[in-house]
Ligand binder design. Structure first.
Ligand code: BYC
Length: 331
């Protein structure tokens, strides 16, 4: 129940007493764990928050194909190439489920994609970093998909039905992604040359902190968290999820025989969690502003793909229209 919620962070959540009758019924439904479906009444701000989060999530899946797409032609074996292609295709599918879930809220896919192309929409900061060597494919699968799973497993219980159901399917595929990434690194560490082992450590050094940033700003600096938690769109806070990710990832890191680029990372007997160093939030906000190493390149690539594919979509639509007309004429 959120009647007792008090002001913390930068945005205040209404108490039950302050809500309109419709808002109160809505909140009670959410509190009773009844899923909200597209045709149900919902506060405008709930709808807006979902369109914001789901569209950002969909854009992340689609832009997230690019750093890996960079390595399809250079995968070391046919098996690795097939696995990588399957993974990238999965991300495209995730984007489609998510754009569809977003459309159930009345948002337009074309308009949201246009915002992405104009640099007005966000997508996960992690995809603005380059993938420089093959072991980055392992580190992306292990760390990036690993972080995504921690966040998405919880989102399976999000309050909006279509988003929650999309997450169930996505999570199944993400587990395969995480394992294929870890296996790439494990093979390089077990059977690789000294140079290949150094590549693995280099990938971890570059992607460790950006992976931790995927969970978003710390709770006290997260303007959307409090309301999203009250509406059960988010079920755990940014900091809670980040800590869960670190706790489950460090033993895997040790098993690999690698280290994190964080001298403050150590097990804390008292809390039962790993302590870790300060995240460089100035880097995070620079990437969000569009100043990461690859922001411009990513948007330009997406825009080019959409522009160059326009004729295919137009041809498919013309064919579908023609087929429908024929069926109508025959009826
Ligand atoms: N990057 O108030 P906060 C994948 C923004 S892809 C960029 O905490 P919220 C994969 C945030 O949007 C999986 N922006 O926000 C694909 C907000 O901006 P606005 C990606 C970020 O929404 C291919 C502002 O900062 N996963 O798995 O309550 C290959 C303040 O933050 C980031 C998802 O999208 C960030 N890292 O919480 C491989 C998960 N963090 O809109 C793998 C779904 C924060 O107010 N999203 N911002 O201007 C969520 O769970 C939540 O939206 C977040 C942020 C936890 C990310």
């Amino acid at each position: 129940m959120y009647a007792q919620l008090v002001e913390t962070g930068s945005k205040r959540v209404k108490t039950l007493e302050e809500m309109s009758p419709e808002e109160r019924t809505f909140q009670e439904k959410v509190d009773a764990e009844i899923k909200i479906e597209p045709k149900n009444w919902m506060p405008d701000a709930y709808r807006k928050t979902l369109v914001r989060q789901i569209s950002q999530h969909a854009h992340s899946e689609v832009v997230g194909m690019l750093p890996e797409g960079n390595w399809v032609t250079r995968a070391p074996t046919l098996k690795r190439k097939l696995q990588l292609m399957a993974k990238i295709q999965d991300e495209a599918g995730h984007g489609l489920y998510l754009y569809s879930a977003m459309e159930t809220l009345g948002a337009s896919r074309d308009e949201e994609i246009e915002k992405l192309h104009q640099g007005k929409a966000k997508y996960s900061s992690i995809f603005n970093y380059p993938t420089l060597n093959w072991s980055d494919m392992g580190a992306v699968g292990w760390l990036v998909d690993g972080a995504a799973i921690v966040n998405q497993v919880v989102l399976q219980r999000t309050s909006y039905g279509p988003y929650s159901r999309a997450m169930v399917r996505i999570c199944k595929e993400e587990s395969f992604h995480q394992r294929q990434g870890y296996q790439i690194l494990l093979d390089m560490m077990r059977e690789g040359t000294e140079e290949q082992k150094a590549m693995v450590q280099d990938s971890i050094n570059r992607l460790w902190w950006p992976a931790l940033m995927m969970f978003g700003p710390s709770d006290e600096d997260s303007p959307n968290s409090q309301q999203s938690m009250a509406w059960k769109i988010k079920r755990k806070s940014n900091d809670e999820l980040r800590q869960m990710f670190i706790d489950q990832t460090v033993p895997q890191l040790e098993f690999l025989g690698c280290t994190a680029p964080d001298p403050d990372l150590k097990w804390n007997e008292e809390t039962g969690h790993y302590d870790f160093g300060e995240i460089d939030w100035s880097e995070f906000y620079e990437v969000l502003k569009g100043n990461g190493p690859c922001n411009r390149e990513r948007i330009a690539t997406r825009k080019k793909a959409i522009d160059e594919g326009t004729w295919v979509r137009q041809a498919a639509k013309a064919y579908a229209d023609k087929k429908q007309q024929k069926q109508r004429d025959a009826a």
